[in-house]
Design a protein around this ligand. Structure first.
Ligand SMILES: *Cc1c(COP(=O)(O)O)cnc(C)c1O
Length: 217
């Protein structure tokens, strides 16, 4: 099975990097996958999933939570401010805190609710104009502003530019996290999760290597 293959490869990557067994969280990215593929992975006992779209996740995960019990859901896609409230009801971790307006929205929701999911700040390590994320040069100021609003991000997340070697981006993200005293590193996908583990990833986000190719109908 694809899931056990990926789990084996992840454990091997942890060993190769001298990291403790099980120290890296495997997020199975289930966006737009057919229900039977996701249920097969749930049947195998996996309980940690990632989704990109709030609406899509809201349509399928409450029923799976009822059926399969406690799950950990990670929001890994761009989060619109007007969907933030719904996202808080659904997700345990948000990896895509990427701009001041979203930080403000989350801060006000935290005031009202008294709690928030764990937060990662998405960094646009390649400074790509079309990509979400805080620019590396803006990160220090952004984190300071977050903390001033009582938000306490636990780590950083990146999506390296497509078609480029990911490793310099992983190294950059790890350095920035260390500089800011953040322990979480969300990086690595199907094609490069082992390299991400070698660079200190604490969370890898693996979709197609577990579920098969996505088809956007
Ligand atoms: C879709 C997605 C993934 C998973 O990608 P695969 O290449 O299928 O493993 C990981 N991270 C983010 C942010 C994604 O949008």
């Amino acid at each position: 099975m694809a899931l056990t293959d990926i789990q084996d490869r992840l454990r091997a990557a942890e060993r190769a990097a001298g990291r403790a067994e099980g120290s890296v969280t495997l997020i199975a990215v289930s966006k737009v996958q057919p229900a039977d593929r996701v249920e097969a992975v749930l049947q195998q006992g996996h309980r940690i999933f990632g989704e990109n779209y709030v609406q899509e996740a809201a349509g399928k995960w409450p029923a799976w939570r009822d059926r399969f019990g406690p799950l950990q859901l990670h929001m890994i896609g761009p989060l619109q401010t007007n969907k933030a409230k719904l996202a808080l009801d659904l997700f345990d971790v948000i990896h895509t805190l990427d701009r001041p307006s979203l930080a403000q929205k989350l801060a006000s929701l935290q005031q009202a609710r008294g709690s928030l999911p764990q937060l990662f700040v998405q960094v646009n390590t390649g400074a790509e104009p079309q990509k979400a994320g805080v620019l590396p040069t803006d990160l220090t100021g952004f984190l300071r502003d977050c903390r001033a609003m009582d938000l306490s991000p636990v780590g950083l997340m990146c999506i390296p530019p497509e078609g480029e070697d990911s490793t310099p981006h992983f190294a950059m993200l790890a350095r920035m996290a260390a500089d800011h005293g953040l322990s979480g590193l969300s990086m690595g996908m199907s094609g490069d999760f082992e390299a991400a583990v070698a660079h200190g990833a604490t969370h890898v986000r693996v979709g197609s290597a577990i579920f098969g190719a996505r088809s956007y109908a």
